[in-house]
Design a protein around this ligand. Structure first.
Ligand SMILES: NC(=O)c1ccc[n+]([C@@H]2O[C@H](COP(=O)([O-])OP(=O)(O)OC[C@H]3O[C@@H](n4cnc5c(N)ncnc54)[C@H](OP(=O)(O)O)[C@@H]3O)[C@@H](O)[C@H]2O)c1
Length: 306
């Protein structure tokens, strides 16, 4: 697998029950994530990753690696009229999945690419698996566009591949990177909690559901697009209200913010306003997905907040 040291991928590496050979830039064991083996592979070098996949014995390749810093990636966007920027996000999010999918097809392996709801522009979410990705790069963040290009190239190279989209993933026990939920708690404790968007629709993904979905899809070698996300949508404001209630932070006054207003500011990174994912295909395969309230409760229990 690629991206075993990532916030989401490390859960799969540790908790899937599979024997994992990790590949990429960082040996996950250096971060306390134990895997069976590790190969140093340059994710930004398509020929190198293609060669690696074709020479490994495993029948399945899963890719969690991505450049995920949405605002940082935005600085790599090519200006209108300029040639396409050949930045790191382009190489990791678009070209690497293409090379992995191609290598998987050529060596008869199943490939699963992890992707995001940011491939939609957020004008009419939550989106189900049948809705086409936004076709206009200007309506997406550069992160969303590079991930979208990654998906498109995976489909082109390996029609038998799977694409698993997730949205605002959150989990317990991962100090190296804060997520949607633990980030709110950390900022609240530091006294730097900003106003929370009350007009943004999202469907946060409980990370253990991703591990279950990856197991299901890789075992059944399912092709096409799958969504794993909370069945009911929420907003950052409502999510935080429930979260801080669970933390017993009674009396805490949350401030309502507006993503619609934030998006109007010059230079704002595009983000889905009415975003989120509807998951039809995984439940049809028998996988129930965790609603955001239940996920917050599980998180609070696992983190010892209640
Ligand atoms: N986090 C979210 O909010 C979110 C939302 C929707 C979908 N997703 C998707 O879920 C997946 C996992 O996301 P995450 O947040 O768990 O990721 P993460 O913690 O940011 O980790 C990213 C992974 O990609 C690797 N990577 C990044 N740049 C690289 C480069 N230039 N060369 C080699 N490796 C590189 C990192 O390697 P190192 O360990 O060496 O740094 C790390 O393993 C991604 O596909 C992402 O698009 C995430």
């Amino acid at each position: 697998m690629f991206g075993a040291a990532s916030m989401v991928g490390s859960h799969y590496a540790m908790r899937s029950g599979k024997t994992i050979h990790a590949a990429g830039r960082t040996d996950p064991s250096s971060r306390g994530i134990s895997v069976e083996g590790f190969s140093s592979v340059q994710v930004g070098a398509p020929a190198e990753i293609e060669n690696f996949v074709r020479n490994r014995p495993e029948p399945v390749v899963v890719n969690f690696a991505a450049r995920t810093d949405v605002d940082g990636v935005e600085r790599e966007r090519a200006s209108p009229g300029e040639p396409l920027a050949d930045g790191e996000a382009w190489r990791i999010n678009a070209l690497a999945p293409e090379a992995l999918a191609r290598a998987a097809r050529l060596s008869g392996k199943y490939f699963l690419q992890i992707s995001t709801d940011f491939v939609f522009d957020g004008s009419a979410g939550p989106y189900d698996e049948s809705v086409p990705r936004s076709s206009l790069s200007s309506r997406l963040s550069w992160y969303g566009w590079t991930k979208s290009e990654g998906e498109r190239r995976v489909e082109e190279q390996a029609p038998r591949a799977g694409i698993l989209r997730i949205a605002y993933p959150y989990r317990s026990s991962f100090p190296p990177k804060l997520d949607f939920a633990r980030g709110m708690v950390a900022r609240q404790r530091a006294g730097t909690l900003p106003s929370l968007y009350a007009d943004q629709l999202l469907t946060p993904t409980w990370v253990p559901d991703v591990t279950k979905a990856v197991n299901l899809l890789t075992e059944a070698q399912q092709a096409g697009i799958f969504h794993a996300a909370s069945p009911d949508p929420t907003t950052p404001y409502d999510f935080a209200e429930h979260l801080f209630h669970r933390l017993r932070a009674e009396g805490l006054r949350l401030e309502r913010g507006s993503l619609a207003s934030a998006l109007e500011r010059p230079g704002a990174t595009p983000r889905p306003l009415k975003g989120g994912l509807r998951s039809h295909r995984l439940p049809q395969l028998g996988l129930g997905l965790t609603g955001w309230r239940e996920g917050v409760d599980l998180l609070a229990t696992e983190e010892g907040w209640m």
